[in-house]
Write a protein of this length. Sequence first.
Length: 132
Amino acid sequence: PVRPLRYPSSSIDMTHLGTFPIPHTYVDVYFDDKLEGGSFTLDGRNKRPEIAIGPGRRSCDCLGYFLHEAMEMLMCLSGERYKSDARTGGSDDQLFVFDHVGFTRMVCCAAILLDQVLPKLQKARSKCRKSR
C-alpha cells in the first residue's frame, strides 16, 4: 500500500483516510474533526497533494467540502485555475478556465476519487459524531 509522505503540519490529530490515485500522482486525504470546511495543499517539493475535510453539520456538507476541494485541486494540477485580476485577495479571486471537455475530465476525475474516498469519509464522520 502507498503510505503518506508526511502528515500535514496543521494538525497531528487528523485521521489519514488513505492515499488515492489521481492523474499523474497520488493524493493523501485526511479527516479533521476540528476543521470547519475543507482545504487542500499543493506544495510541490516531492510531496503529494493533500486534502483535509471537516465533518460539517450534515453529511451533505462534508461531501460538498470534499467535492469542492477535490475539484479545485484537480484544476490547479491541470493548470486550469488562475488568479484573477480582482483586488479582493484571499481565495475569492480565483478564476477557472476550461472548456466542456476539460469540465468533463474534472468531473470524471473527481467522481473516481469520490468513489474511493466516500466510504472512509462516511466512517470517519460517523465515528466523529458518536464521540461528540
